[in-house]
Design a protein around this ligand. Sequence first.
Ligand code: PEP
Ligand code: MN
Length: 342
Amino acid sequence: MIILMQFGATQAQIDAVCDAIRQHQVEPLVLPGEDRLAIGIPAALSAEQKDHIEASLNALDGVSKITHTSRPYKLASLEFHRAKTTVDVKGVKFGPGYFVIIGGPCSIESYEQFSKSARLVKAAGAKVLRGGAFKPRTSPYSFQGLAEEGLKIMKQVGEETGLVTISEVMSGDMVSLVAQYVDILQIGARSMQNFPLLIEAAKSGKPIFLKRSPSATIDEFLLAAEYLLNYGNKNVILCERGIVPLDRSYTRNTLDLASVPVLKEHTHLPVVVDPSHGTGVSKYVAPMAKAAMMAGADGLMIEMHPDPAAALSDGSQSLTPEQFSCLMDDLRTLSGYCGLKM
Ligand code: PEP
Ligand code: MN
C-alpha cells in the first residue's frame, strides 16, 4: 500500500499518517519524491487489514491518494524505491549508465590457472574477477572446489591485479569465512531460496550477487532479493542465468532475456546476465551476451578459462582468452551506441 501525500503536506500531517499506520502494528516507510512525498507500507497485508488501514487514513489531512501495490515484494520494487539503485563495489558501479563485465573461470583450480585467468580478463577490460572455491556440483564425484585454499588464491590474485572479486557462498555458516576473502558474495542459483543463507549474507554487509533459480518466477526471485533488503543490505545485484529448458539436448538452460526488461520495469536493483550458465555452450555465449546488453542489462558474468578443454568444471561453456577478448571488443563498440560506460 502506498499513501501519496498532497503537494506541500506538512511534517505534522506526515507524522500523523505514520502514527496512524503504526497503530496497525506495521512500520511505515517514508518515500521522498521529486515534488510530493509518499508513505509506503512494506508488508504483506490481508484484505481486511488493508480496509482497516485505508479507512483510518482516508480521513487524515494531507492525504491525496491511497494505492494498493500489486506485487508481493516491497523494498525491491520501483514503486517503493523510485530511484534506480547503483551498487558501488570499490569504485566499480553496477547501475544506470554502466555496463560491468565479470569474467573468470568457473572454478579456482590453482594459483597459476587463476592468476593467468585474472591477467587475461583484466587485459580484455573486465573489472570483476569470478571464480568458485565452493562449487555446487550435481554429482558428489565432480570437482568440488579448493574451498578456503581457493579463497586465499582469490584474495591474493585480487590484490595483485586490483580486480574486484566475487565467489559463491553455499551455506549460512560459511558466510563469515567467504566474506573475509572476497568483495562480493555470490548466492548461487541452487541457493536462491535458502533463506537462512540469504539472512546471513545480508547481515554480512557485503554486496550480494543473487542468481535466479532455474525454476523461480520473477516474484520468487524478487522476494529472495526482498529478504536481503529486509535484513538491511541495500547492495543487491540480480543475475538472470537461465531457467529450466524445454530441451536440454541443445542448451543447458533457457536464458530468459525477457526477464531483463521485466525486472527493469518492476525493480530498482541492477540486473546482470550470465550467458555462460544460461546456455551452457561456449559458441552461444557471445550472441546472448550482446543481446543481453541490448535488452537493458547492467552487466554480464562470463566464464573464461585459459584452456577450456582442461577446465575442472564447465569447460564446454567457457570462452577461450581469444574469444573473450573478441567479445569484449564487440561489447565496447555496442556500449558506445547505448551510451554505457564499460
Ligand atoms: C556459478 O556461477 O559458478 C554457478 C554455479 O552458477 P549458477 O549458480 O547460476 O548455476
Ligand atoms: Mn560454472
